[in-house]
Design a protein around this ligand. Structure first.
Ligand code: PGA
Length: 253
């Protein structure tokens, strides 16, 4: 049985004061929860603050991206080992906002996946189609291509130590959630693809759904057999909403 994971992706939101309150709420609320992995991914600059407040709690934290490079003259970049230095467990790679605003290619995302593994971080690999691609019935082709690039670069065994987040781009931040059936269909496809390489890896890997997941739809989405939690944007910025989603996931365990 896979334990679900609920990870908050704060994106470029928050302030020192706001984050203090958010973390206080999360720390209090998670005391009553069991059977669910929980993590938050703040902007880099707040990671030390998050580490200070979450240290010793069951909540993990992670970065939203990492550099392709290990160290050196790369102005503005943050490496995986720096994230590790501040207690990060996870790092998001290939979020659609990085793919579209920073032109990250499938190949670069695969390199980042490998860089994360190399330093001992758990990569959360984001894959998903745009609205146009869905309308052209290309959803499976797109997620297969994104995933295949990682498998080709890192090997199937590398998925054992990572997490996948299926995030249809048209559902991110739009309030339009994929229906549980639509999401399950793609999650099942992804797991089936992995099973063709290695059934044990397919059975073990957590596949999260992301895209306007909120308290009102989380339980139904997570009740689907291949949906193992969520990557949460907007709803992760309010402790009560984030905790409600964690609760919904913990009931499934
Ligand atoms: P959203 O974002 O929950 O605000 O749609 C999810 C994500 O981009 O990871």
């Amino acid at each position: 049985m896979r334990q679900p994971l609920v990870a908050g992706n704060w994106k470029m939101n928050g302030s020192r004061e706001g984050i203090f309150e958010l973390l206080k709420g999360i720390r209090e609320g998670v005391k009553d929860l069991a059977g669910v992995d929980i993590a938050v991914c703040p902007p880099y600059i707040y990671i030390p603050e998050v580490q200070g407040q979450l240290h010793g709690s069951p909540v993990s934290w992670g970065g939203q991206d990492l550099s392709l490079q290990q160290q050196g003259a790369y102005t503005g970049e943050v490496s995986g080992s720096m994230l590790l230095d501040f207690g990060c467990k996870y790092v998001i790679v290939g979020h659609s906002e990085r793919r579209s605003y920073h032109a990250e290619s499938d190949q670069q995302v695969a390199e980042k996946y490998q860089s994360a593994l190399d330093v001992g971080l758990v990569p959360i690999l984001c894959i998903g189609e745009t609205l146009e691609q869905r309308e052209q019935n290309a959803t499976e082709d797109v997620v297969a291509r994104q995933l295949d690039t990682v498998i080709a670069r890192c090997g199937i065994a590398a998925l054992k130590n990572g997490v996948i987040a299926y995030e249809p781009v048209w559902a991110i931040g739009t309030g339009k959630t994929a229906t549980p059936e639509q999401a399950q269909q793609v999650h099942g496809f992804i797991r089936g693809m992995i099973a063709q390489h290695d059934s044990a890896v397919a059975e073990k890997i957590q596949i999260l759904y992301g895209g306007s997941m909120k308290p009102s739809n989380a339980a139904e989405l997570i009740s689907k057999p291949d949906i193992d939690g969520g990557l949460i944007g907007g709803a992760a910025l309010k402790a009560a909403d984030f905790l409600d989603i964690c609760k919904a996931a913990s009931f499934q365990a």
